[in-house]
Design a protein around this ligand. Structure first.
Ligand code: NAD
Length: 309
């Protein structure tokens, strides 16, 4: 029988792509329950699913921030049995800390962290009973390392990493696997939504220096990074499809090899200084480095083009 795969946040981006790729699996190994908070946005997914709609893919409403919505969604799945859960729904938050409200940061945690926890609590008893299951979490490279002006978002992904790594130990005993997938920059609505947010936000209470570092250094550098190393949601979904299809799924899987030199910096120096100093140099000396034509921005060597165009 096909495995039931429940995915959150399928109205756009990685979730949409993943749902469509799994539903079109040539061996028809999956029945995909592609969920989204607002069913009014299901048009794009349905169009992309094509003939798979109603066959290997069904669309359902699910708000990861609501207990009722999760219960309602699971009650519509035959036997309430989910073989593979993909926690994909997520929101970003970027900007100078002083100008961001605690409510906005709590919303990030409610969605990215507690949203995933809520779904896991709902499907875990069934997986444990059946002694099988796979929980995939779309984390981020920001779950591995802090990124300037993304403090709350990175913290929510660190929380996800710590939670699921801890849970993985116990769940091995039940033949249930956990996989944290860590994309670098991905070109989806995610970045667009963030840039829209920051273009209208005023970040009250932020001093002029910090505001200028954010607007004049961080934002252009971030755009450059997305432009140079950004992956497509299709490519990220392909990696997740492989992870789901694997007999012994990995606990961690980064999706973007062009970003790995940066994540490696943290492992190379356990004191953390190498990573923090390199990130500092990237932000504050970025324009000068670009002028010098220095290609390897991770370690300043001239040999390895880390982010070639
Ligand atoms: P996206 O904005 O296209 O997709 C996120 C989806 O989550 C949207 O469909 C949104 O409606 C949904 N969502 C938000 N709150 C929800 C809620 N309460 N209940 C249900 N759904 C909700 O962006 P994406 O890039 O496809 O993001 C998917 C995941 O990938 C997120 O967890 C994000 O943190 C992660 N990620 C994105 C990037 C990137 O650069 N785009 C990089 C690394 C990780």
């Amino acid at each position: 029988a096909p495995r039931t795969v429940l995915i959150s946040g399928c109205s756009s981006g990685i979730g949409l792509e993943l749902a469509v790729q799994l539903a079109h699996d040539p061996r028809q190994r999956y029945h995909v329950v592609a969920t989204m908070r607002d069913l009014g946005k299901k048009g794009t997914l349905e169009a992309a699913a094509g003939e798979a709609l109603g066959q290997t893919l069904t669309v359902a409403q699910l708000d990861v921030c609501s207990d009722e919505s999760v219960a309602q969604c699971l009650s519509c799945i035959q036997g309430g049995e989910v073989d593979v859960l993909v926690n994909n729904a997520g929101v970003g938050l970027v900007g100078p800390l002083e100008g961001l409200s605690l409510a906005a940061m709590q919303n990030v945690f409610d969605t990215n962290f507690f949203g995933a926890v809520r779904l896991v609590k709902a499907v875990l008893p069934g997986m444990k009973r059946r002694r099988q299951g796979h929980i995939v979490v779309v984390s981020s490279v920001m779950g591995l390392q802090g990124v300037v002006f993304n403090e709350a978002y990175a913290a929510s992904k660190f929380a996800v990493e710590g939670f699921f790594e801890s849970l993985a130990v116990q769940l091995l005993q039940f033949n249930i696997f956990i996989s944290l997938v860590e994309p670098g920059p991905v070109i989806t609505e995610f970045e667009g939504k963030l840039l829209e947010q920051v273009s209208t936000a005023e970040f009250p209470g932020t001093d002029p220096d910090t505001l200028s570092y954010f607007q004049d250094l961080y934002l252009p550098a971030s755009r450059e990074l997305f432009h140079n190393v950004g992956q497509s949601p299709q490519d990220v979904a392909k990696v997740i499809v492989k992870v789901i299809g694997s007999a012994r799924p990995p606990l961690r899987r980064q999706t973007n090899t062009r970003y790995t030199p940066l994540t490696a910096l943290k492992a190379m120096d356990p004191s953390g200084s190498l990573y923090v100093r390199t990130s500092h140099r990237l932000l504050f000396h970025w324009p000068r480095l670009l002028k010098l034509g220095l290609r390897c921005l991770a370690c300043s060597c001239f040999r390895t083009p880390v982010w070639p165009r």
